[in-house]
Design a protein around this ligand. Structure first.
Ligand SMILES: [Zn+2]
Length: 274
């Protein structure tokens, strides 16, 4: 049995080796209700700017079970426009699975919405050129839907040109989920799904067909219940699989099989390595 954490960020304070050990220890904890501990934990390390994407690529070179993505997080959009780096250095790497983390963040607005949209459009173009899916981050402010409207406007022509995308850690409404579903979108579910107060997230996810869902941790943030508040690692994805599976009448083992299968279908890891 395999699990696949489709979105996490590296802990910069420890070595790759130590990080993998932490992941394995967390998997033991998180999979304690599984019949047996999953023997393989695949993971997709998300790059949030140029340097971070280089680090993600180095981790993918180090560990056979690690894949990576490259992109500029909306927090870093302004910095990117002032100091453009050449992201095509990543695009021939056999373990690059996505262009991301890219998107719009109107909660913090470290960069203006206009700058964020410009950078998002630029990276969606790179996704089309490379044929890789886009990994999107969308965050609204005070339940204002603007970020979803703006994203729909930018993603629609991308999807109509054949672009594939996933909205990681989806936290929008069910109504918006349906609009992205119609564009062929996929959705990432993480630890927030397990939070007691996250009724809105569970409700939105409930309208999404199982074959459009991916599981993730978004480590080091958002550790799932009962480890909420603790430092998160990809091993904790077992708890996300279990919670999401249980809402769909699946035992943990079945959920692991289904959501790992979805990730294989969406990302095709290993295809370029052959
Ligand atoms: Zn992230």
């Amino acid at each position: 049995m395999k699990l696949f954490d489709t979105h996490f960020h590296l802990d910069k304070d420890c070595s790759f080796e130590e990080y993998l050990q932490k992941c394995a220890a967390d998997l033991q904890l998180a999979a304690k209700d599984f019949k047996s501990i999953p023997e393989e934990l695949l993971m997709l390390c998300a790059g949030s700017d140029y340097e971070d994407s280089l680090r993600a690529m180095a981790f993918a070179d180090f560990a056979p079970e690690v894949y990576f993505s490259c992109g500029v997080h909306p927090h870093e959009a302004e910095k990117h426009l002032n100091d453009r780096k050449d992201f095509t250095v990543f695009t021939r790497h056999p373990k690059l699975l996505a262009i991301g983390e890219i998107g719009l963040d109107y909660f913090y607005e470290y960069s203006s919405p206009e700058v964020q949209k410009k950078v998002l459009a630029e990276f969606l173009e790179l996704a089309l050129q490379t044929g890789l899916p886009a990994m999107l981050h969308l965050r609204d402010k005070n339940h204002c839907r603007q970020v979803y409207d703006d994203a729909l406007e930018i993603v629609t022509p991308f999807a109509r040109s054949g672009g594939r995308f996933v909205i990681h850690c989806y936290a929008g409404s069910a109504a918006d989920a349906v609009k992205f579903l119609d564009l062929g979108g996929w959705f990432g579910v993480g630890g927030m799904y397990t939070f007691n107060a996250a009724h809105n997230i569970r409700e939105a996810i409930s309208v999404i067909p199982t074959d459009r869902l991916l599981i993730e941790t978004d480590s080091p943030y958002l550790a799932p219940v009962p480890y909420r508040g603790r430092n998160n690692t990809p091993g904790m994805v077992a708890l996300v699989a279990q919670a999401l599976g249980s809402a769909r009448q699946m035992l943990p083992e079945k959920a692991a099989e289904v959501f790992t299968g979805n990730a294989m279908k969406f990302y095709h890891p290993g295809d370029k390595e052959r």
